[in-house]
Design a binder for this molecule. Structure first.
Ligand SMILES: [Zn+2]
Length: 316
């Protein structure tokens, strides 16, 4: 099945009250593992690559990435630049054949964020590439909320409307309490998402695709396996799956998943190295670890995204 941008995916996801998973990959093994999981569950999906992962893969090998997607995917797949930190990088990725890019200018002030995002949108739309912008701080848990302001570091609903109108973006990443990485909440702190802010935003922007970053659920069995075989991620904590599922029914059309895949890979790699200490043929170990990525993708589709069998909707 051919590449697609995200526009039809998000329309269908909003209508069907499910979300499209954006799965971060770091190499070609990870790419093939994600495609396999999507194929097995007949789910549309997004292959997300950060600039760090792009460097790791090698920017000259993007043709291989595209070729693998074209050859192996049986479902609609978008190739997406995650957290493009400059207008130039976003334009470069459009030229390389990405079908979707994120311009993350959220660390700039509001006006500058609008200016940079708008510039990317104008360029990308000419090439039929969809654009995600970000507003608000999807930061660490340490940056505590300013109690003087109801919205604090979170996305301000009125600003979200102005941002979408002025930039003409296709989807918006918002901050409602998610955080990047595997340690999303302080030890003993109850996971919490600001559904009140999400509801305010979606009531002002009906049928507009909202994106959640930092939304790995950090499954306990996966972390336990990693710790059992010599890892040390004792205080890891993610967003509970039921909260993410609820978000998919409230206008969240895209959920980013990076940490969960990395934890699954590392846990399986540790177990394989432990179970077969005499094996030095690394394709055995890497093979098992990438199989765990496929299993993690399948789990997200079933437990969180609700996108199983939704690729079938694209056939007519
Ligand atoms: Zn992110």
């Amino acid at each position: 099945m051919s590449f697609t941008n995200t526009s039809t995916m998000f329309k269908k996801a909003l209508k069907g009250k499910y979300a499209i998973g954006a799965f971060n990959i770091d190499d070609l093994n990870g790419l093939r593992a994600v495609i396999k999981g999507l194929n097995n569950k007949q789910s549309p999906g997004i292959i997300a690559i950060t600039s760090g992962s792009l460097n790791f893969i090698g920017i000259d090998y993007i043709e291989e990435v595209k070729s693998i997607i074209e050859k192996e995917s049986l479902v609609p797949i978008a190739l997406h630049l995650d957290h493009g930190k400059s207008v130039e990088l976003c334009k470069q990725c459009v030229d390389l054949g990405f079908t979707s890019v994120m311009i993350d200018a959220s660390s700039h002030d509001f006006e500058e964020n609008i200016r940079q995002t708008k510039e990317v949108v104008e360029y990308a739309h000419k090439h039929n590439v969809t654009v995600e912008g970000e507003l608000g701080a999807i930061a660490g848990i340490e940056d505590d909320v300013n109690v003087e302001d109801k919205y604090g570091q979170f996305t301000h609903p009125d600003q979200a409307v102005e941002f979408v109108e002025k930039t003409n973006i296709d989807s918006l990443a918002i901050a409602i309490g998610t955080a990047h990485g595997a340690y999303k909440f302080k030890e003993g702190q109850k996971p919490q998402l600001r559904f009140d802010i999400l509801d305010e935003i979606t009531s002002l922007l009906p049928d507009f695709p909202i994106v959640l970053h930092g939304a790995s659920s950090v499954p306990k069995d996966s972390v336990d396996l990693l710790n059992q075989y010599g890892g040390n991620m004792k205080a890891a904590q993610g967003i509970p799956e039921e909260m993410l599922r609820l978000a998919t029914t409230k206008g969240v059309a895209k959920i980013n998943i990076a940490s969960d895949l990395r934890i699954a890979f590392t846990a399986a790699l540790r177990k394989s190295l432990h179970d077969e200490p005499a094996v030095f043929d690394y394709k055995i170990h890497i093979g098992k670890a990438t199989e765990a990525i496929t299993a993690a993708v399948e789990r997200e589709i079933e437990q969180v995204l609700g996108s199983k069998d939704r690729a079938l909707d694209f056939k007519n």
